[in-house]
Ligand binder design. Structure first.
Ligand code: HSE
Length: 314
């Protein structure tokens, strides 16, 4: 027997590392923390409303039409013919904007998932993808699922086509860990996308395809050597590293600490080091943090396995 829909639902949507070096716009994975929380409950007042937002320094609008979580939730309710249903939402931002941690994607995913759960799960997680995407696109104007899909589905997700939202879950090797370090500066995704070239020399395209294929094979075969040889980005990283103080010094420190590879998380400024084992990830995280601290740049370290769960009810 199907359980009765709950009166109130609280969900957690994790941060994500998009691109993973060589997979610009087509590869991402979820980490354990940080993440955003969204609470939804039934209301006697018809229609969808956002009643409270915390942790955003007053930057996010309560108007659902202009809020990533709101757009995702409203799109879903309209699709289901339930836009008159009384639903209240609270958004609790627990990660910074413009951080490269997939902050807007997490809110969008949390918004769609929370409402879907509240109304008795009419759609599967995969079916929620277009609604969460609409929310995310309302924030940065671009249509890429490399944060939204892993935040929603968990694990490592490869996106064959962003237009068709054709995605595939890639298994994570058991001992794969990541250190993500967020230096306290803000980079607007829009700006980080505008500095990228429109055309790519064939030689770079070939290198990137080789590395992406190698990384996917390495992950599937649990071949850490192949993973390490493949984590190179010859397209976005050379242009975007200029936005991150001492990027190459941080990269050298991570590699010297034993990381398999290092690059920019999403559009930055967060960076990540993929590692075999927790101890190496902790060492790499500390080494990167030390470089940023010397700039001086306050920073936060997050060490995590690949989060297999994605968004979930708490
Ligand atoms: N793939 C995107 C980018 C992620 O690199 O611009 C940003 O959220």
């Amino acid at each position: 027997m199907k359980s009765q829909p709950a009166h109130e639902i609280r969900v957690f949507a994790p941060a994500t590392v998009a691109n993973v070096a060589c997979g610009y716009d087509v590869l991402g994975f979820a980490i354990d923390a940080p993440g955003d929380e969204v609470v939804v409950r039934h209301s006697d007042i018809p229609g969808f409303r956002i009643t409270q937002i915390t942790g955003d320094d007053g930057k996010l609008p309560l108007d659902p039409e202009h809020n990533t979580a709101g757009v995702a939730a409203l799109d879903l309710l309209r699709h289901l013919g339930m836009s008159d249903r009384g639903v209240e939402m609270e958004i609790h931002k627990k990660m910074p904007f413009g951080s490269g941690l997939g902050s807007s994607a997490a809110s969008a995913v949390a918004g769609a998932f929370a409402v879907n759960t509240l109304i008795g799960e009419p759609l599967t997680k995969l079916q929620l993808l277009p609604f969460a995407m609409a929310g995310e696109a309302s924030a940065d104007g671009a249509w890429h699922a490399d944060n939204v899909a892993p935040c929603l589905l968990g694990g490592i997700v490869f996106i064959r086509s962003n237009d068709e939202l054709d995605v595939a879950c890639i298994p994570a090797p058991a001992n794969l860990w990541v250190a993500v370090v967020h230096p306290d500066i803000e980079i607007l995704t829009k700006v980080a996308r505008e500095i990228l070239p429109r055309d790519i020399p064939l030689i770079n395209a070939t290198q990137q395809i080789g590395n992406l294929g190698g990384l996917l094979c390495g992950l599937i075969q649990e071949d850490y050597g192949l993973i390490s040889r493949s984590i190179h980005d010859v397209i976005a990283e050379p242009r975007r590293q200029k936005l991150i103080p001492d990027f190459y010094r941080a990269k050298r420190a991570a590699m010297a600490a034993g990381a398999l590879g290092f690059s920019i998380s999403g559009a930055g400024p967060s960076v990540f080091a993929l590692c075999e084992g927790e101890a190496t990830a902790r060492k790499a995280g500390e080494a990167i943090s030390k470089v940023f601290s010397a700039v001086p740049l306050p920073n936060q370290i997050y060490v995590s396995r690949i989060n297999p769960r994605g968004v979930h009810v708490i």
